[in-house]
Design a protein around this ligand. Structure first.
Ligand code: TZD
Ligand code: CA
Length: 529
């Protein structure tokens, strides 16, 4: 007899899913019983960290990642991270242990009451199998659905008495299934597109995270060069889809309606690849489109396509479409855009570094193919200006803006990319949401380098308070946190820096050591009006 548990591991194995991120409880132990030797379990100490690690791993591998949470309590702790995973199109298969079927009705301790409602609306599908026999089928469905465009999290709640029950013999068929999608415009639609692009006098390209997810970065470069078009990154960027060193690169679009239109004024065609149109943040009312501009968005996500308040959208495989356009567009005789000026150097002040300076030093010292995670909210624009980010899969930021992503995601990304150095730049506010990720990095010897930008405040909120004209707002400062002491407690190598020399020495030593490390650097708070 094959048990449900054995069948699930066979299905996962057949899909190449052998890493499990979790935090266990009583309901999950029967699933983890006799954990197969060819699987690895990565323990997170709180579910926000668990989901963040899985999100980073899924994004960096481009493959579905498996998560196991404890009932409603564990799911609740993971919800903030699920918001980010939903927005970043991360294929997460989130499972949660449920109480036994015979007892569920009387709601014993740690019952997941109305389990399928709990994770909505942040999952593509939420399901509790009607019987033990349905569990293998439900898991197979979950894996394929999470992976198909638009990828995203799915949720399966599994009563713990199901694992030892016999699996249906025919569920063996599930181990052999392949479900794929194909998404190119037909030849007529392609010709129409090429004609529209060819007729544009001054096109501009806006790139989003799904270009990086599709590893379409080099095709984006070819398209930009053939069209002699400037390239912007779509606002609130969770990934970096274009080399920041390229002459055509213009930077990160601001997250306001009017500000975007201002910057894109003069263009008659705006081509958007792999981004929502657009992920605004501050309310900055104005025209969605600059005068005389037409917009065409390419996305894998039907919801993203219909949600845009302007322009046309084509739902398909962003990587394939980008490649086809880069192959086929006519080479323009327009002048290439002039390279941007290098940003001014940050000044040094006594006892603290300008954040610009920290990025310049990181850029000088880090390997050129380093991978960056960003959760230093007030310094995001500087990071995009000052770091040379050139390879696919080199930058990650919380896609829904939910803090607590980058610290654990760095662990997942470093697991997926053992040959590249991961550097996570985290604010002293953001560092507290999923700080237990430090323990996982230390215990599993995952050599992430954390740089904590200690400016003593929620800098981005000080800026936002200025935008909103909000005065005397309480709760915006975070003094008195010793990140060196915290990181030592979790088992990392630590460094403290308050000047250029100490920071350079710390980063150099941390990279050479190849061990999980944390550098606390005192930085100047942002200047607010
Ligand atoms: N809670 C969660 C889960 N997500 C959020 N985005 C916030 C609160 C609100 N928030 C921001 O959007 S930015 C920010 C907060 C609290 C400040 C982060 O401060 P930091 O970085 O120290 O990490 P800066 O550079 O000082 O802004
Ligand atoms: Ca801060």
């Amino acid at each position: 007899m094959t048990t449900v548990r054995e069948m699930i591991y066979a299905i996962l194995r057949a899909q190449g899913i052998t890493t499990l991120f979790g935090n266990p409880g009583s309901n999950e132990l029967p699933f983890l019983d006799q954990f197969p030797k060819d699987f690895r379990y990565i323990l997170g100490l709180q579910e926000g960290a668990v989901i963040g690690m899985a999100d980073g791993f899924a994004q960096a591998t481009g493959r579905p990642a498996l998560v196991n949470l404890h009932s409603a309590a564990g799911t609740g702790n993971a919800m903030g991270g699920l918001a980010n995973a939903w927005n970043s199109h991360s294929p997460l298969i989130v499972t949660a242990g449920q109480q036994t079927r015979p007892m569920m009705g009387v709601e014993p301790l740690l019952t997941n009451i109305d389990a399928t409602t709990l994770p909505k609306p942040l999952v593509k599908w939420s399901h509790e199998p009607a019987s033990a026999a349905e569990v293998p089928h439900a898991m197979s469905r979950a894996i394929h659905l999470a992976s198909l465009p638009a990828p995203g999290p799915v949720y399966v709640s599994i009563p713990y008495d199901d694992w030892g029950k016999p699996a249906d013999e025919q569920s063996e068929l599930l181990t052999k299934r392949r479900v794929t999608s194909a998404g190119m415009p037909g030849p007529d639609a392609m010709q129409a597109l090429l004609a529209t692009i060819g007729a544009a006098k001054n096109p501009v390209i806006v790139l989003g995270p799904d270009v990086d997810a599709a590893k379409g970065n080099a095709d984006a470069v070819r398209l930009a060069e053939r069209l002699a078009a400037p390239v912007w990154v779509a606002p609130s960027a969770p990934r970096c889809p274009f080399p920041t060193t390229h002459a055509n690169f213009r930077g990160l679009l601001p997250a306001g309606i009017a500000a975007i239109s201002r910057l894109l004024t003069g263009h008659d065609l705006i081509l958007v690849f792999g981004a929502p149109v657009f992920r605004y943040h501050q309310y900055d009312p104005g025209q969605f489109l600059p005068e005389g501009a037409e917009l065409i968005a390419f996305t894998c996500d039907p919801d993203e396509a219909v949600r845009a308040p302007m322009g046309d959208a084509i739902v398909g495989d962003v990587g394939l479409i980008l490649k086809a356009l880069a192959d086929q567009v006519a080479v323009s005789d327009r002048d290439a855009p002039a390279p941007r000026l290098s940003p001014a150097l940050g000044k040094v002040r006594d006892g603290a570094l300008m954040p610009e300076r920290v990025f310049d030093l990181i850029d000088q010292i880090a390997p050129r193919d380093a991978i960056y995670l960003n959760e230093s909210t007030s310094t995001t624009a500087m990071m995009w200006e000052r770091l040379r980010i050139e390879n696919p899969g080199s930058y990650y930021f919380a896609a829904a803006g939910g803090l607590g992503f980058a610290m654990p995601a760095a662990v997942g990304v470093q697991l997926a990319e053992p040959e590249r150095q991961v550097i996570a730049v985290i604010g002293d506010g953001s560092a507290n949401y999923s700080i237990t990720a430090l323990w996982t990095a230390a215990q599993y010897d995952i050599p992430v380098i954390y740089v904590i930008m200690k400016n003593g405040t929620y800098g981005a909120l000080r800026w936002f308070a200025g935008v909103l004209g909000a005065e005397d707002v309480p709760g915006l400062d975070v003094p008195g946190i010793d990140f060196v002491a915290l990181a030592q407690g979790y088992g990392l190598t630590t460094y403290r820096a308050t000047d250029d020399g100490a920071f350079s020495a710390a980063l150099t030593a941390a990279i050479a050591a190849g061990k999980p490390a944390l550098i606390e650097v005192t930085t100047c708070p942002p200047v607010t009006a």
